[in-house]
Structure formats: C-alpha cells, structure tokens
Design a protein around this ligand. Structure first.
Ligand SMILES: [Zn+2]
Ligand SMILES: [Zn+2]
Length: 368
C-alpha cells in the first residue's frame, strides 16, 4: 500500500515528506493507521546519527497511536477497529524478557535502531523499489501507516482520545513508571525532579498521584517551571548548582527521599545524587551518549543511598499504559497539558521547537 512518511534521507539531514510503499503485516504483526505520533528526543538522536547501527534513509517515530487496520494471521488479541498505542519492542526470548523485565530486553538495540525487523526484512520501499529503512522501535510511526509486532501494541479504551495518547508509548511511561513502578513512594515522601520536559513532568504528575510532598521541580527554563507548578510541583527551582542543592536540602528537611534525573547532563546527575537523604533513591532515566562519565563520593553512597538506571519506567505496557489512560480520563494525569500539535508536513519545525524547549512534547498529526 502507499503511505506518506517523514524520511531522514541521510545522517543529520532534515526530515523529508515522501510517498512510500509499505508491505502488509507479517503473521504476528498488526497494520496500524497512525492518527498521531509523539516526537521524542530519541527520534532526533536517530536523525543525527547517535545510533551507529541505524542505516539511512530511515523513517523514525516511536510514539505512534492509531487504529488497527489489519491483523496478521496468528494475531488473536487485536482486531481491525481497535484503538491502540504502540510501545517499545522486546524479543520475548532473552533472560530479561523471560523474567518479564521486558524493557531490559537483551536484543533491544537491534530491535530499536537496526532499521529492520528482527528477521532482517524491511517492510518499506521507495517509489524506485529500493528499501527505505524503518522498524524504528519496530514501528516507525512518522508515517500514515505502520506495521508493528502485535505483542508491543496496547489496546486502549474506546472513550479515550486516541490522537493524544501516543506519547504514553515511550516518554510519558518512562517518567511515570520511574515513580509509580520503581520508586513506589509513600504519601508524604519528598520527590525532586531534575529536568521538567515531557519525561520529568510525567514523573512529577505521577509523584502527585502517589501523594509525594514536597515535589520540587528543577530546570533552566522558567516556562517549564511555571507549567511544573501548575501540574503539582510544590516548589520550583532554577538550576544553579550548589545553590539549588542547598535549597533542596532545606525544603526537604535534609535531603529528598527520591530524585528523578531526566537531563542526561553529568553535573545535573551528580546534583540529583547529592540531593538525596540517607536511604534515598535516585533514578536515572536521561539517556546520555556512550562514553559519558560521572563521579560520586563513595562515602555518600554508603549512606544507604541507591542510584539506578531505569528504561521505559520498568513498564509492562499492556498493564501500565491502560492504567495511565484511566488516570488521564479521570483528570489525574493531564498529559494534554504537555502536547503541542503539528501537521506532519511541519515536522522540522516540531523538531526545532523540541530542541529549543519551546515545545515540551510535539504531537505530529498524520494526514489521511
Ligand atoms: Zn528480550
Ligand atoms: Zn522515546
């Protein structure tokens, strides 16, 4: 079938809208008519060549939401007409997958950024018949239609606005899951969020749901801090190194129970770790480039403090995303406050706005 997609023609080149051919779903896949797709910084990292294994030309996008158009031969739990969010890929066979820790799949790298299906095939072609690489996070949702493994696809309640929900598939479940699945704070425990982009704000909203108090937002951009205040931050702090640390310690009465680090900046990560009280936990979700290092004081960690990395909020999407959708419908997880809509044709403007921080979460509307 013919589709319209945003293609990255070569490393670091701007997105180009092209007409492509997409082959139908494999037996264990579904074909999804993409209504809207979130844009995540990972898509821009892919455009810019951060992934050594990613071939070009390529179609990115990994926060797709839409309607199932066709189900593959062996798919029994999804049917045409189902509203769905497509989440991250996992192989189902490695040790973490068998232990249901699917966000730590040992084969995640080729499945996310190899540009092909797990079996090496490529479902997209250019008008000249040459392959266009896709299967980014096994979806490539910057396109009017996508094929995705059915097991990565989450059915959504029919009364929820499906156009808004794609970002739950990656960025928003990352922040919310870091708090609700990993930290599991008690009401009245303190949370400090470093970086209040989409991931950080999702973590902050989750902290409010859990009853955290105080909830402190730290960022460099005043507009984001203002939004953080509206979404539940009890305190907002401009990021200023040691001065910020002193304020966090004062507000929390000696240090935070929990810190969420989303910036991937080593100095900020260090600040997040230093902001913990004894027995506190810092969760790292920001993804830094390979080779990035950070230092801590060893005695500090011996105070019972935990520092751990988390991928996709430890989420099992088929359980966690419907829970977040329920919270959204109840008005307790107002993700609509984070998104800004763009037509697919304006994807380069969306990318620039995401990079500058002018937009927290671009939502690309696919033309149909
Ligand atoms: Zn696996
Ligand atoms: Zn992402």
């Amino acid at each position: 079938m013919q589709i319209t997609a945003a293609v990255v023609p070569a490393r670091s080149a701007p997105f180009e809208i092209q007409e492509l051919e997409l082959s139908g779903p494999a037996a264990d896949e579904v074909l999804v008519r993409i209504v809207a797709s979130g844009m995540c910084h990972t898509d821009l990292h892919a455009r810019d060549g951060y992934f050594a294994n990613l071939p070009y030309p390529v179609v990115c996008g990994h926060e797709g939401a839409g309607i199932v158009e066709q189900a593959g031969a062996v798919v029994t739990d999804l049917a045409p007409g189902d509203p769905v969010v497509i989440s991250f890929p996992w192989c189902g066979e490695c040790e973490p997958c068998r232990a249901e820790r699917i966000s730590y799949c040992s084969n995640a790298r080729p499945l996310k950024s190899g540009g092909r299906r797990g079996d090496g095939s490529t479902p997209m072609r250019g008008p000249d018949g040459a392959p266009v690489y896709s299967c980014f996070f096994q979806q490539s949702s910057f396109a009017t239609f996508a094929v995705a493994p059915a097991k990565d696809v989450v059915k959504i309640r029919c009364d929820a606005p499906i156009d808004m929900l794609g970002p739950l598939g990656c960025g928003l479940q990352t922040g919310a899951g870091a708090v609700l699945n990993v930290m599991q704070p008690q009401a009245g425990q303190s949370l400090v969020v470093f970086g209040v982009g989409g991931v950080g704000l999702a973590g902050l909203m989750a902290g409010k749901i859990a009853g955290c108090d105080p909830i402190i937002a730290v960022d460099r951009l005043p507009a984001r801090l203002a939004l953080a205040r509206e979404l539940g931050a009890t305190h907002i702090l401009e990021s200023k190194g040691a001065e910020t640390l002193a304020k966090v310690r004062k507000i929390t009465g000696g240090g935070a129970h929990f810190a969420l680090e989303t910036s991937a900046v080593p100095e900020v990560f260090r600040l997040a770790v230093d902001s913990l009280r004894g027995l506190g936990t810092c969760v790292l979700v920001g993804s830094a480039r390979a080779g990035t290092e950070v230092t801590f004081e060893m005695p500090w960690l011996q105070g019972g403090r935990t520092v751990r990395g988390v991928v996709q909020g430890d989420s099992r999407p088929r359980e966690f995303i419907p829970r977040l959708v329920d919270l959204f419908v109840e008005g307790r997880f107002p993700l609509d406050r984070l998104v800004t809509r763009y037509d697919l044709a304006d994807i380069n403007r969306a990318a620039a706005d995401a990079t500058s921080g002018a937009t927290i979460k671009p939502l690309l509307i696919l033309p149909h």
